[in-house]
Design a protein around this ligand. Sequence first.
Ligand code: FAQ
Length: 328
Amino acid sequence: MYAQLVTTEGGTPREGMSDQERAFQERIDRNEKIEPKEWMPEGYRKTLIRQIGQHAHSEIVGQLPEGNWIGRAPTLERKAILLAKVQDEAGHGLYLYSAAETLGVSRDELLEALHSGKMKYSSIFNYPTLTWADMGAVGWLVDGAAIMNQVPLQRTSYGPYARAMIRICKEESFHQRQGYDIMMKMCAGTPEQKAMAQDALNRFWYPSLMMFGPSDKDSVHSEQSMAWKIKMNTNDELRQRFVDQTVPQAEYLGLTVPDPDLRWNEDKGGYDFSEPDWSEFYAVIAGNGPCNAERLGARVKAWEDGAWFRDGLMAHADKARARRVAAE
Ligand code: FAQ
């Protein structure tokens, strides 16, 4: 579908665009925000629905691995912090579903696409959270990767998405900090606690690198999405920034990044590092990761368990409407 779209090169409109498409691209190139009721190419609208919807689903599914630990947090304070973080993820999902709804798709349609497997959510949430140290690793690495990807999206071309990202990024910063704080505590604890922290880093390192998507040569959507400023950076650019930011943080903790080929490269001013196993990434996004069935099963069950509540709301709305009509 996307291949049929007329694309741009470096933001310069290409031959073959209609006047309307050219005017739209010029607005994007001038960094004007596009607002819901304005004309936009169908491909722009569909790409946004895909990306924002997938992002919203990630927030909601992303509640599950951490929700798993709320009842087992080691102190009352840790429990309150984790609870607040998981509630924040629900809020992020709601801002993002609302942003997607401004593009003419309903929340029910988006959820139906998630539940039937037509829409994706982030690969990272298909990995299990086995120990308390995983709560540290998720906050530090997963939220850290999410922020690296989302800070540039505050400047994305679609107004409702950009505005949602501003608030989300503020909250994600707190999430990342709380994760690193857990890691600091574990690393300053007993040898067993430090070993748990190392084990969590070992298991979450490569899945976190995968969050940025396939390498640029295999990314399907990057070129067009960047021309439309739906994406502001390539997947590899952001992955590199993440590695450069995170390696010194691991060193400060006294932990070892599980990559024997990790080296500082003076010439490029960044680290050289090993690529994730992309066959694992494609298996996970095709539904065959360690927890895909469990995660989707939990979301479908939550939807079915909530049917009585949605029915009640609709019945109330119908009655209220009937009363209004009778009174008119
Ligand atoms: N997982 O052509 P590209 C969070 C798919 S929020 C699954 O490069 P694109 C907060 C991609 O959809 C995390 N699928 O794609 C939190 C496409 O397949 P399709 C979510 C992936 O869209 C923290 C195919 O591969 N953040 O964590 C992934 O240009 C802690 C080809 O890839 C966002 O969604 C993946 N990792 O670039 C919550 C940010 N990567 O759709 C709880 C917004 C790629 O054609 C706890 N999204 N695919 O069938 C984006 O920036 C982009 O969508 C990318 C992917 C960069 C993720």
